[in-house]
Design a protein around this ligand. Structure first.
Ligand code: SF4
Length: 81
């Protein structure tokens, strides 16, 4: 199982690293998350899935595109100009 954090979506809520501290590390400066492993060890897969489901920004992708809410974020964003 592969995991990837989209840096554009991550807002540094830290939930992922609270759920799976072995699998996600937070940047010291902006608090944004990145995956420790490209290929998740089997014993951490459940925790990584839980973290992905809990991410408020839907920034965690497992096996490329299994995020349930991905479609919401692919809609064009409203711009204020
Ligand atoms: S829970 Fe989501 S938004 Fe929060 S730090 Fe983790 S990846 Fe980023």
């Amino acid at each position: 199982m592969k995991v990837w954090v989209d840096p554009e979506r991550c807002q540094g809520h830290t939930l992922c690293s609270m759920i799976a501290p072995e699998a996600f590390e937070l940047d010291d400066i902006d608090g944004h998350s990145s995956a420790v492993f490209d290929e998740v060890p089997r014993d951490l897969e459940d925790k990584v899935r839980e973290a992905a489901q809990s991410c408020p920004e839907c920034a965690i992708f497992i096996d490329a595109d299994s995020c349930d809410r991905k479609a919401e974020f692919e809609k064009p964003r409203e711009t204020t100009s």
